[in-house]
Design a protein around this ligand. Structure first.
Ligand SMILES: [Zn+2]
Length: 481
């Protein structure tokens, strides 16, 4: 069975055939590193990681590239506000991004190119565009002439006839009413130099526009034509439309074969927006006692092309589902196994495991239908529970146990919430051991009337989000909310 994806470029589901058999080159627009990513941003990165994991599950060798936008209007504004260099400003956000990935079990890409490291490649594309008559200079900046590129509008279906000939837009972000020539290279403003965001070129000092960054990084890492480009739906226009124009304009070759776009996440029914404060990031959730494995599960409940309504109620049932699947896995793993099972016994889990793996792949092949994929996983868990009940105290055959455990593990190599929950419980146990040890040390300090040390230990414990209460029965601790 072939994999099928909904291709935004053609507005239909298509069979996926990579350029090179057995290999997939994929790129996703990473974050602009000027703020902590919220759970809506994380949904897009989760989707990219899910696709990459599934292609791996299907035996493809994947090269996955996710850029980091570390120079644009927003990062420069942030660096100016903080009075630091662009690098000093963006690095903590990059570190924080990877920490967020780790917490949610999102694997890092094979390459995370930073825009500031690819400026020569950007300059080269712009130079080629100018040579082919598709770009022009104006007041030290360089613009893409959309009237010279007949394919403009192919992805977003914007009305190019509404484009105002010779009019230009210099902002990195603009909307559909603003179909105009867009900026490739921006002439330096005096403040750009103070944050180290200026490069010398044939057009004079300046810095790249946002769109050219992705064209340069993706083609440098994956070639001039590659298989899959992903991103959030909000990037279709202008960002991805402009990426196509610049790349194809410069190379004369098709840029990307399959365009996949992930939908928004709604928070309790409303759009998340920084402006209204209606926003959550992973840290906020963890502080409320939410396990990231529940967030992972919740992401899987909606198809990537559907809006996902994020609610705390939904999160609680997601957590319950994670516990159920993991509990089943644990019971099966801990059930006594025998090399020579009872000859009267008929093992049934081999067949269930094979059937479920096939159904899982069929669901995921169909444009990553994760909710059906989840249903197949629960079906396997159900079959395991039934089987264990039927066995009672009798041992299970080694081979049967191994087959069912392998199927669970194989599905989790794509979904990843069981292994993430395993890791979370190890962290919990590690934290518990540490807190117990520190409380004992604090008690010892108090007995020795060393109150300064006792207070210092108390602060140390509090810094890890743990609340200690002194009761008549001695100190009790809990994770603060
Ligand atoms: Zn991009």
């Amino acid at each position: 069975m072939p994999i099928r994806f909904y291709n935004t470029l053609t507005r239909r589901e298509e069979e996926f055939v990579p350029l090179e058999p057995g290999k997939v080159a994929m790129y996703t627009c990473g974050p602009t590193v000027y703020a902590p990513p919220h759970i809506g941003n994380m949904r897009t990165f989760f989707f990219a990681d899910l696709l990459r994991r599934y292609l791996g599950f299907r035996g493809f060798q994947v090269k996955f590239v996710m850029n980091l936008t570390d120079v644009d209007d927003k990062t420069i504004r942030g660096a100016l506000r903080e009075g630091v260099s662009l690098n000093e400003y963006t690095q903590p956000f990059i570190d924080d991004l990877f920490h967020n990935f780790d917490q949610l079990g999102i694997r890092q890409a094979d390459v995370h190119p930073r825009a500031t490291h690819y400026v020569p490649q950007m300059v080269d594309i712009i130079r080629r565009l100018q040579e082919r008559g598709m770009a022009y200079e104006a007041e030290g900046s360089v613009y893409f002439d959309i009237s010279e590129f007949p394919g403009y509008g192919q992805l977003s279906k914007v009305d190019v006839s509404a484009g105002r000939r010779g009019e230009r837009v210099a902002a990195d972000e603009y909307d559909k009413d603003d179909v105009r020539d867009f900026v490739l290279w921006k002439a330096a403003k005096p403040e750009d130099a103070t944050v180290g965001a200026v490069w010398d070129t044939q057009w004079g000092p300046g810095r790249p526009g946002w769109h050219i960054e992705c064209s340069a990084m993706s083609m440098q890492e994956l070639g001039e034509t590659f298989d899959i480009h992903l991103g959030g739906v909000d990037l279709i226009f202008p960002h991805h439309e402009d990426e196509i124009a610049q790349s194809e304009g410069a190379t004369g070759k098709p840029f990307v074969r399959y365009w996949l776009h992930g939908e928004f996440l709604l928070l309790e029914g409303g759009k998340m927006a920084k402006s209204t404060g209606n926003i959550f990031n992973v840290r906020d959730l963890v502080e409320r006692g939410v396990k990231p494995s529940s967030v992972r599960y919740l992401y899987l409940t909606a198809h990537y092309r559907s809006k996902l309504n994020f609610t705390f109620e939904g999160l609680a049932s997601a957590g319950e589902a994670v516990r159920r699947v993991r509990g089943t896995r644990d019971r099966l793993r801990d059930h006594p196994a025998a090399r020579d099972p009872d000859p009267a016994d008929t093992p049934s889990l081999h067949a269930a495991a094979d059937e479920v793996l096939a159904a899982f792949a069929a669901a995921m092949d169909e444009d990553l239908n994760t909710s059906v994929g989840l249903a197949t996983l629960h079906r396997l868990a159900g079959a395991i529970n039934t089987r264990l009940e039927e066995l009672g105290t009798r041992p299970i055959s080694h081979a049967e146990q191994a087959a069912a455990l392998a199927a669970l593990e194989r599905i989790d190599s794509v979904f990843g919430f069981v292994s993430l929950a395993d890791r979370e419980s190890q962290v919990d146990e590690g934290l518990a051991a540490w807190v117990e040890e520190r409380i004992a040390a604090r008690e010892a300090a108090r007995k020795a009337r060393d109150f300064a040390s006792a207070d210092a230990i108390r602060d140390e414990i509090a810094a890890r989000g743990v609340v200690v209460e002194d009761t008549a029965q001695g100190p009790r601790w809990s994770l603060g909310s």
